[in-house]
Design a protein around this ligand. Structure first.
Ligand code: PEP
Ligand code: MN
Length: 337
């Protein structure tokens, strides 16, 4: 339920109204925009009397929100969200480029890639330390040593680091990670999402392989409901009957999510394509569709990568892509970082 307040409502009257709504066991998300001041009522609002609200002379209108996601809903928060991530921001016209290897493999590899992507204009560094692999016999990541190397690469380049968490038991180890990634396979790990709601860190939430957009928004809702407003959504391709490409990039997710939600949406063309040469055309499409950023896998020697080499760009290919990205981002009236 959304209560739209009159523009001339005094803070004293707003506070009094909020207090009597809260007394009915409902949480309130307060949003003061340039056009409207809103109270977003969260929880079981079935017993909140619309006529009682309308009778209050600071109330301009009352609307029921039929979608199950409330805090993620644009109707609760009409302005785009701007997510701070260390020395950069994501959303509201600030375009992020998160680049780096699929997995952290060695100090030499990570520093080489980190320096290259920084020089080409990436705004954040990615790298998996804990890898969710389909096979238990595949490389599982350098784990805590991988996190150490990411810190080292951050020190060397100044780029904030983005890395994937697998379980809520790792939160202490992720304390100085700048953006915590929740991978596609963990999008509905509700215990993890709840714990991430209790920290203030930016969370990059990837869409599950077979999840609907509404399910993605409901997973974001878990994090927001815990009190963490810093959620970035990521479309990385979904499973369909198509076999020629690794995943089908659902580009329509961008405009529909931007219409339904205030959260930034980025595109990961690497995991969608599965093939390096397709990353650039998909990235172009993402920018044109209104995405707030890209996540791109880059490896110094893709042929020898321990994970996802086929879809990884080498530093030269990434630099080429970035020259194009820069132009297109400016054309959209956005800025890099
Ligand atoms: C990744 O970013 O390396 C990754 C494992 O992605 P996803 O969860 O989208 O498969
Ligand atoms: Mn990968």
């Amino acid at each position: 339920m959304i209560v739209i307040l009159k523009q001339n409502a005094s803070q004293e009257r707003i506070d009094a109204l909020m207090q009597s709504i809260r007394a009915q066991g409902v949480d309130i998300h307060f949003s003061r925009g340039t056009q409207e001041t809103l109270l977003g009522l969260v929880g079981d609002t079935t017993h909140v009397d619309e006529d009682w609200l309308r009778a209050n002379d600071i109330v301009a209108d009352v609307r029921r929100v039929s979608e199950p996601y409330k805090l993620a809903n644009r109707r609760f928060h009409p302005q785009d969200s701007l997510i701070p991530a260390s020395n950069t921001v994501i959303g509201e016209g600030h375009f992020a480029v998160i680049a780096g290897p699929c997995s952290v493999e060695s100090e030499e590899q990570l520093l080489c890639v980190a320096q290259a992507v920084k020089a080409s204009g990436a705004t954040l560094l990615r790298g998996g330390a804990f890898k969710p692999r389909t096979s238990p016999y595949s490389f599982q990541g350098l784990e805590n040593r991988g996190l150490e190397l990411l810190r080292l690469a951050r020190q060397a380049t100044g780029l904030p680091i983005v890395t994937e968490i697998m379980s809520e038991t790792q939160l202490d180890d992720f304390a100085d990670v700048d953006v915590i990634q929740v991978g596609a396979r963990n999008m509905q790990n509700f215990r993890l999402l709840k714990e991430l709601g209790h920290c203030k860190k930016p969370i990059l939430l990837k869409r599950g392989l077979s999840s609907t957009i509404e399910e993605l928004l409901m997973s974001a809702e878990y994090i927001l409901a815990g009190g963490n407003e810093n959620v970035i959504l990521c479309e990385r391709g979904i499973r369909t009957f198509e076999k020629m490409i690794r995943n089908n990039l659902d580009i329509s997710a961008v405009p529909i999510i931007k219409q339904k939600s205030h959260l930034p949406v980025i595109i990961d063309p690497s995991h969608a394509a599965g093939i390096a040469w397709m990353v650039e055309p998909l990235a172009r499409t993402a920018i044109a569709a209104g995405a707030d950023g890209l996540m791109i896998e880059v490896h110094n020697n893709p042929k020898c990568a321990l994970c996802d080499g086929a879809q990884s760009l080498d530093p030269v290919q990434f630099d080429h892509l970035m020259q194009d990205v820069r132009r297109r981002v400016a054309f959209e009236g956005k800025q890099l970082g």
